[in-house]
Design a protein around this ligand. Structure first.
Ligand SMILES: Cc1cc2nc3c(=O)[nH]c(=O)nc-3n(C[C@H](O)[C@H](O)[C@H](O)COP(=O)(O)OP(=O)(O)OC[C@H]3O[C@@H](n4cnc5c(N)ncnc54)[C@H](O)[C@@H]3O)c2cc1C
Length: 211
């Protein structure tokens, strides 16, 4: 930052996250499946749209279980499919899935295609088709820039900020998905508003803002 000779007194980082995609799902198919609602990444955002349809979650472990249990509130036709190998589920996850009646299929899975308006792929239980598929494979938080500038990150790579969106580096602020918290547009915008106000006040402390 500032290496080309222009120094900013404040920087607001809003670099977001990248969701991990199922392996072997190419860009063209990924874009089309997203556009057609066959592939989804945010149950909190759009699970109501899959009400009573046939849904798969690609994932395993505690994360996959949490996502599947959340989606169970919208559909009973739900399958948790491990992406690459056998499921890694502790007894508590298995008990929760059993109690909710969520089917499980071990990995690997792949060879994705859109077939008859559904997303189809090979699994260890044969080729299956779903109205919607939610990958629960985690995400990569784009906090490297801020971290390089010295900002503290949480264990999962999110930037740690105070209630005014300040990182630990003076003048460096962060908002949105790159910050630990709810990954939602309204939340990101709210944080952006808080950051903008804090930045304005910070600048006026550095030098009075006068016309
Ligand atoms: C498929 C999908 C559907 C979603 N649906 C909803 C929904 O219905 N409702 C809802 O509230 N939320 C939804 N979300 C979540 C929502 O998109 C995010 O919460 C929101 O976009 C976060 O805003 P942001 O500005 O923090 O990050 P982003 O919108 O991700 O923006 C970050 C930007 O920073 C850029 N960037 C990153 N690194 C660099 C760099 N080094 N240099 C320059 N630029 C960089 C990126 O290219 C990107 O443009 C959805 C997310 C996904 C993936």
């Amino acid at each position: 930052m500032g290496s080309r000779g222009s120094n900013a007194r404040t920087v607001l980082v809003a670099t977001g996250v990248i969701n991990n995609r199922p392996k072997g799902l190419g860009d063209v198919l990924h874009t089309r499946a997203l556009a057609e609602g066959l592939l989804r990444y945010c149950p909190i955002c759009d699970a109501y749209e899959v009400t009573d349809t046939r849904v798969a979650v690609i994932g395993s472990g505690a994360h996959g279980t949490r996502e599947a249990i959340f989606l169970r509130g919208y559909t009973a036709d739900l399958t948790l499919i491990s992406p690459e190998a056998e499921h890694e589920l502790d007894p508590q996850c298995m008990a929760e899935l059993d109690k909710a009646g969520i089917a499980r299929i071990d990995g690997p899975c792949g060879n994705y295609a859109i077939e008859d308006s559904q997303l189809a792929f090979d699994t260890t239980a044969g080729r299956l088709r779903f109205d919607s598929v939610y990958p629960a494979l985690g995400s990569r938080v784009r906090s490297e820039l801020a971290a390089e500038a010295g900002a503290v990150t949480s264990a999962d790579g999110c930037l740690v900020v105070d209630s005014h969106q300040r990182t630990n580096v003076p003048g460096l602020f962060a908002a949105g998905d790159v910050v630990k918290g709810l990954d939602q547009i309204s939340h990101a915008m709210g944080e952006g508003g808080v950051a903008a106000t804090t930045i304005r006040n910070y600048l006026s402390e550095l030098a009075p803002l006068r016309r």
